[in-house]
Every structure is written in structure tokens, then in C-alpha cells.
Ligand binder design. Sequence first.
Ligand SMILES: [Zn+2]
Length: 452
Amino acid sequence: MSEGQLGAVKIDRDRLWRDLHRTCEWGKGERWGEGPTDIGMSRLTLSDADKQARDWFVEMTKSLGCDVKVDAMGDMSGNIFAVRPGKNGGPPTYAGSHMDTQPTGGRYDGILGVHAGIEALKTMNDLNIETEYDTGVINWTNEEGARFPISMVSSGVWAGAYTLEKAHNLVEVGGGKATQKSELERIGYLGTLEASYKANPIGAHFELHIEQGPILESSGGKIGAVEGAQAFKWFIITVKGRDCHTGTTDFQNRSDAMLTAAKLILHSHNKATEFGCLASTGILTLRPGSTNTVPGWVQFSLDIRSKEDFVVSKLEEALKRDFELIASGEEVGNINAQGTKGRGCTVEWQFDTDSPATKFHEDCIKCVEDSARDMLGTNAGSQVQRMTSGAGHDSVYTSRHAPTSMIFVPCREGISHNPAEYCSPEDCGNGAQTLLGAILRYDRLRAEKEHS
Ligand SMILES: [Zn+2]
């Protein structure tokens, strides 16, 4: 297709909005506003409501002429692949995301990406577009990790990051006995196709998603062309001092583990600011936990993130050095400049988990950008922005074995994993239009590359 022909391909924005809210009838959550769609979602993976959404997905894509892999049941992880035939064979170019939600989730996280993929298929059918290669839509299983506690576990199995057994044996949180496998069987979605990039390869993967952060909205951005996802590394830090009486022990004679932990957390924030990355503490435990005892033991989590692996390593190195100095009472970055020097504490680091930075494929990122600029016209300017995902997505795993990129659209106040999550009809439509344009551009590029 020429640029002019591509520019004339328009999705049906009203149909997208209607379809999306129709399937949100299954697994409705908390009402947060007066409007007909001001209701959150609580569609935990492999629940009865998820089965209804899956049944809809299968029926809809079949009615559009798709070949839905393995008797409509998907692969052994429950991932469903709907494929619309193109002129040539080979692995399809997919739009993928997820239809499961958090227990107190919204209507757009994941759901928008799947619906936009289906709207792309409908538009291609309406306009009799014949693609060079197969195209399709994927509904990934248990992206959220809310019910069976590993996020993106089934795209992870596809990518070879987890074994199928590990995913199947996950037990539901909250004391129940159901496993991911028993629930797949119960709702009829334990497929027979091997969940693997080798048995079921992907030609390319595009994922439309709400940003889940405030950057686009606050900068007037309309479309984010996502270049990759942040690296992160998690640690558990233990500070040891000595319990003592708060009334009888002067400051000079204390080994105050809580005061030291507070200084370390503040320093991690200051240092991360200096390095242009993120450091956060989300868990803090102290002992013994008494108003009139200075705590001698504190443990806290430390989460370091950057879009570059080397920045994470640099920050880790700096903090390992500085934490020890600060705990012993030495002056680093003005942290010990005020107050009273005590007897000092010790600091231990324990590695928890990590994930390297993900770099998406330049061809795919470019297709997203070109598609977004074409849609927004000559005034696109800074409305199209390259960005890095702060959160994990199924695309992180697909990118290990297939050219991948994501499309971000703004969501109100950056709020997500919350019933009040909201993406306007305009932004949903912009995202879906960009998605279809990116798929068609990639299809063309792939043919050009193969024939050159
Ligand atoms: Zn999501």
C-alpha cells in the first residue's frame, strides 16, 4: 500500500468504544462516577467472567474469518491466537494484550489493546485489505499476576522465561486451592498447542496500552512510541543497631537502626535523582516496635530502575559504598551533617530479583511513529513522543523473540490499577488507529525487506 492508501484507512472509533464497553459487562467492579461506563473492572484471570470475555473473543474473531488456533482453546498456557490470513505464509504480525484485570482494576489496561486489535481486523475486512503476511490478535493469559501471582507469566512461558509447569502449578492467592492449570481446564481453555516461541512463532508484536503514568497527559502528548522497558533490580536491606530505652539513652550512645534506615532511604532518593533514575522503598519492617524502645533492627526493600542497565549498576555500586559510610556515622551527601553522631549501625544487602532493560525493535518503533504522525497530520510535532515503559508488559517477553513495539495513549491523571482508570474515546481511537497503521506499515516493510 502507498502512503496515500494507508492514510485513507480509518478505523471505526464508535464501534471500538461500543465493543469495549460491551465486554466490560463481564466482570464489572466498583462504580466510581455517574456515567454509564464509570464502573471499574474485577475480571480476574480464568474466572467465569474471564471465560465470558474469552468466549466473546473467540466467537468474534472467528466471525471475522480468523483461524483461531487449536479448537478455540489457545495454547497450553491458555494464550489465544486469532489469525487473519494474508497472501503469504510465515509467522503473523500480531496485535496483543490481555483481557484479565486487577481485582480493583479499570476498563482500559490491557482490554483496550485487545479490542484495538479486533477493530483493526474489522477495518481490514470492511476495506477488503489483503495483507502480505498473516495478521492477528493475541489475548495473553494472566498478565496481571493478581490471582496467580506472577505477572506476564504466560507470555513468559511462550518466551521460555518460565517453564509451563511453573505457570500451571501457580496456586491462587487468598487461600483457595485452584491452580492456573485447574482453572484453565475448568473454563475449557487448556489448549493443546505448545506454549513456545519455537512451536508458535510471532512475526512481530504491537501492543496498544494506556500509559499508566502522567507523562503524556502532562506534556500534551497524544501517542507514545515505546522504545523499551526499564531495567530494575530489587534488594532487601537490613540495618542492625541495638535496642535501648528512649528515655535513658542519649543520642551519642545510640545505635538507632530506624534513624539510620531513614537516612539511607533519603540518600537513595537523592542519589537516584543525581543519576536520573528511580529508587523506591515500599516495604519497611522494624523491631521490636515499641514507642519507648529505639529499634535495633530494621529491614526495607529497595527498588532501583532505569532505562539503562549500566545506570542501575552504577547506582547500586554507589549506594553500597555510601550506605556503609552513612551507617557508620561518616558524612556523605550532607546526610549526617545535622543532628548528633551516635555509635553507628551495620548494613547488609540481600539481592531479591532483577530484570534487564528491554529494547524494542527500531523498525516497529518507526512504524508506530510514522502511523501516529500520519494520523495527527502536519501539527503532530511533540504530540508524538518516544518513551520508555515504566511497567512490565507482555511485549517485554515477545521482544525476546520477535520485533516488537508498544503504543502508549494518555490516561487521566496517570491513574491505573484503579476503578477510576479512564482513557477518553478520542485517545482510545487514536491508539487503535495508530495500531492499525503500524501493522500495515510493518507488513509492507517486511515484504520490502524480504524481496530486496
Ligand atoms: Zn496491562
